[in-house]
Design a protein around this ligand. Structure first.
Ligand SMILES: [Zn+2]
Length: 156
């Protein structure tokens, strides 16, 4: 669906912070409880920090006490790739942004039972939160009057 983004490692290195580069392009893991989104409760959509594709919604974020932002679902399954990762003597499933092939984190099957049962364990620095308007429900802007039209037009 979305077009692939392919950049050279030199380009990524210029665009990303050293920490982001190590995680997104080098499969590093940020230290637990250090990421900026670990305890974030802000509403919005978490996008890929490398390419901006929407990945996770704040409505599926929950506190797993693992030290990393955790989600029980993705915004769209087509937006991520899952790969077997047998590094570090563990059998894990790596979560990769499908659009730019950047490493995001891992997915485990110990998530909330009443939801999907999945725990997407994602590095904060691989994410970029696009904040939603603070109040839920219809946006007031939808009903905004256009002042320049006031006083004109047909009277009923
Ligand atoms: Zn991406």
């Amino acid at each position: 669906m979305s077009e692939k983004i392919i950049k050279s490692e030199a380009e990524w290195r210029r665009q990303l912070s050293p920490e982001q580069y190590a995680v997104l392009r080098g499969q590093a893991t940020e230290r637990p409880f250090t990421g900026k989104y670990v305890n974030s409760k802000a509403s919005g959509v978490y996008a890929c920090a490398a390419c901006g594709q929407d990945l996770f919604s704040s409505t599926t974020k929950y506190n797993s006490f693992s030290g990393w932002p955790s989600f029980w679902d993705v915004v769209d399954e087509g937006n991520v790739s899952l790969r077997a990762d047998n590094s570090h003597g563990m059998r894990r499933v790596e979560v990769v942004c499908k659009r730019c092939d950047s490493h995001l984190g891992h997915v485990f099957d110990d998530g909330p039972r009443d939801k999907t049962g999945l725990r997407y364990c994602i590095n904060s620095c691989a994410l970029d939160l696009k904040k939603a308007p603070p109040s839920p429900g219809p946006s007031p802007h939808l009903y905004e009057e256009h002042p320049q039209n006031e006083g004109r037009g047909a009277k009923s």
